[in-house]
Write a protein that binds this ligand. Structure first.
Ligand SMILES: [Zn+2]
Length: 428
């Protein structure tokens, strides 16, 4: 493997509190040095004017393999990831079959290894078939390589099952990730409940359907002293609940998706199905609350909830369209908006996409520490470009940012010391 020297860039490594102009030397696939020194290397990248940071870690991705490979598969998802600067991602278990037994967990990991572009860490199901009734063999799934548990797409709605899941996963240090939705309150809904749903004449999903599930889970987490994580937090009420629980010292964390801090429910006006997701885009007040949660540290993590869907699942009415958007290739530019708006420093933003998720899931990535595996993202924070959905590496094109101006562009992605993405081209 060729040694790589990345010179002259602004190196930001939140795990080590590092932010300054430096050279990064990669030897034998690992970080050999970060500093002023310069060795000769087979490959040299001039990063002047660019940001050099750990490869991004996205802990919430739907890869659709096995079962729905026409929407996405491990290969196309890996390409989309590295095009977005992501070198490690966690994939959710709502595939067909579900990621609820060891064999299928191993199969996904093996497939990702063959492709070799991006680390893929499966998140296993909490309950068999995601039906909320019977716990999976969690220890066995962890042994097979799962890094956390979730029924994402569905909530773990049953309080007794959730209590057991929290107790059991915590007994070996694992995290339960909740898709917080009270289905009795949100059923048939397709957008946020409020003025917009009324105006469009479609069923709404009240923010209370998120808040009440988070409130219940916080109580259970307190009861059994467990680790608990709220996926794609979107409501003002839920952010406030998480803030108070963390202040109380409970082991609770949360992630926000770029669309929830960049967009509001107004995107669905005109029946735009590419703005339909679950939880739905909410009000400006909710959006501001999510941003406040990100800036005061209540929300430690940014994750995409990358949810590829075929055109056929989106080219229909709002009520019958599928939930979700693709996000891997827009996460960085959209999130950089928070820095431009003065809501977060660049190192704090990058911590939420590198070291924080890695720490939460006990991954040994998300850092440029000496001897760490060399997963690196290099980007131009000022480059402006226009998103063309037809040029996405993802098989699916369901994005609300088609033809929108983006600021910030990934120039290189390095995985294990190998340049896997360079100026728009994947090196498979
Ligand atoms: Zn979800």
């Amino acid at each position: 493997m060729m040694d790589v020297l990345i010179h002259g860039g602004r190196v930001i490594d939140p795990a080590n509190g590092l932010d300054g102009i430096a050279n990064v030397m990669i030897k034998d696939g690992c970080i050999a040095a970060v500093g002023e020194g310069k060795h000769k290397a087979g490959t040299e990248i001039d990063a002047s004017g660019l940001i050099v940071c750990p490869g991004l870690v996205d802990m919430h991705v739907h890869l659709r393999e096995p079962g729905q490979e026409w929407k996405e598969d491990v290969e196309s998802g890996s390409k989309a990831a590295v095009a977005g600067g992501v070198t490690s991602m966690c994939c959710m278990p709502n595939t067909t079959p579900r990621l609820d037994h060891a064999g299928v967990i191993r199969q996904v990991i093996e497939r990702a290894g063959e492709i070799g572009l991006c680390n893929v860490h499966p998140i296993a199901a909490v309950t068999k078939n995601l039906d909320g009734k019977e716990l999976t063999e969690m220890r066995e799934l962890a042994h097979a390589g799962a890094v956390a548990f979730s029924d994402d797409g569905m909530p773990v709605w049953h309080g007794g099952i959730m209590r057991k899941a929290l107790e059991y996963a915590s007994s070996f240090g694992f995290l339960i990730i909740q898709h917080a939705e009270d289905l009795q309150l949100t059923q048939d809904g397709c957008v946020n409940e409020g003025w917009i749903s009324t105006q469009l004449g479609v069923e709404g999903m009240p923010a209370e359907g998120e808040d009440d599930m988070v409130a219940r889970d916080i109580m259970l987490t307190r009861l059994v002293d467990a680790r608990y994580h709220v996926a794609h937090i979107s409501s003002k009420g839920a952010v406030e609940l998480v803030r108070r629980a963390r202040n109380e010292g409970l082991k609770i964390s949360a992630e926000a998706a770029p669309h929830h801090f960049a967009l509001t429910e107004e995107e669905v006006l005109g029946f735009n199905t590419d703005a339909k997701m679950n939880p739905p885009l909410r009000t400006e007040e909710d959006r501001q609350a999510v941003i406040e949660g990100l800036s005061d540290g209540t929300i430690e993590i940014i994750a995409t909830d990358h949810a590829p869907h075929h055109e056929d699942d989106k080219r229909c009415g709002l009520s019958c369209a599928a939930f979700g958007i693709v996000g891997l290739e827009t996460m960085l530019p959209v999130s950089l908006g928070l820095v431009r708006d003065g809501m977060l420093s660049l190192p704090d933003l990058l911590a939420k996409m590198t070291s924080n998720p890695a720490k939460l899931l006990n991954l040994d990535t998300g850092t440029l520490s000496h001897d760490a595996v060399a997963d690196v993202c290099i980007f131009d924070p000022e480059a402006t470009w226009r998103l063309d959905r037809n040029k996405l590496f993802s098989k699916s094109k369901n994005t609300p940012w088609h033809d929108k101006a983006m600021t910030g562009k990934v120039t290189h992605t390095i995985k294990g010391g190998r340049i896997v993405f360079e100026h728009g081209t994947i090196h498979a």
